[in-house]
Ligand binder design. Sequence first.
Ligand SMILES: Nc1ncnc2c1ncn2[C@@H]1O[C@H](COP(=O)(O)OP(=O)(O)OP(=O)(O)O)[C@@H](O)[C@H]1O
Ligand SMILES: [Mg+2]
Length: 385
Amino acid sequence: MATAHSAIPRPAARVGIVGGGQLARMMAEAAPALGLTITVLDPTPDAPASEFAPQIIAAYDDAAALAQLASLSDVVTIDIEAVSAGSLAALEAANSRVAPSSKVLGIIQDKLVQKDFLSAAGLPGGVYRGVSTLAELRAFGLPCVLKARRHGYDGRGVKLVRTEDEAADFLAQGPCLAEQVVDIARELAVMIARADSGETALYPVVEAEFDPAANILNTIVAPAAVSAEVTARCADYALRAVTALDGVGIFGIEFFLTRGGEVVLNEISPRPHNSGHYTIEACATSQFAQHLRAVAGLPLGSAALLHPAASFNLLGEPDARGLPVYRGLDEAAATAGAAVHLYGKHRVAPYRKMGHITVTGTSRDDALDNARRLQALVRAGGSEQ
Ligand SMILES: Nc1ncnc2c1ncn2[C@@H]1O[C@H](COP(=O)(O)OP(=O)(O)OP(=O)(O)O)[C@@H](O)[C@H]1O
Ligand SMILES: [Mg+2]
């Protein structure tokens, strides 16, 4: 019988992923249970995903390599936003299926275009303006948060600036988005998957804490301890954002809850997200399996939370170099409900994401207590430390 998904060859649809980092690795780990096979494209030999999937070694925007990936795949997706929207558009023009689409990537990968898009969709993204010069910045007003319009990640490409002096070097690197400083009480996030048919699956709202030293996402706690009203607002904004985008795949939506009780939509990632790693152990369907389901045209799975959970990144120590040397993994193995995910990176570097650990528990506090304890014990050092 023909179904809405009949355009995708079944069984064993082939998924090509541009990017072979930890997100592609965890997609590749989830693929066999769905009858899917994976090929990745990444410039770095032995990329994290290559342990689980064949790798084409080439630059993300290498047209011939992308065409090869598409020829080996029924659908092409991404684990990184570094590939240009134009490269994906070229695949679409050659009748390859790409999800999320080049249009979605084009909107999201430029932070100013993304803010304008959200604003046009009636979603509250805070007060902002595109700035390229000190005069434009002056007109906008200081202090503000300056963000590189393109290629920022993990807080690199984001700077709180109080004076024009502090802003000068940053502005010289390229066009920026200036945002009014939000008086943040909590940082929240939600994963949402959307299929071609418009069907969606919404995960619980989680809370994110940041490590101020590394300016990187630190601990994720699911569910967030926020009111039903705040939860409902995040859910509504997430649904409206992916619907307005006409996005296919999984999306990570980041919010700020202000001290005044407002919910501001900070940004969207068109792919599995750090704040969704907890879903592997804590939800009925992991964000990685869900993304594959959405892009391969399979029915979406349940996004229900099965257990409260807390999850943290295992980052390279501030002075770590050389081969990774892990400590404290025995403590994690001895902790009921703890799952260690190492990304198979062959070199460690300061603050590099080497893995993550999720702890599920009987309550939010139980999971968080165990995560905090392990966070103090588990270390990713280096052989040249
Ligand atoms: N307008 C703002 N006001 C106050 N703090 C902000 C603002 N924008 C960003 N921040 C802080 O900077 C962090 C990083 O910002 P943002 O998420 O936009 O950058 P990013 O590089 O895309 O980060 P990541 O890749 O880690 O998600 C936020 O999580 C928040 O802590
Ligand atoms: Mg962010």
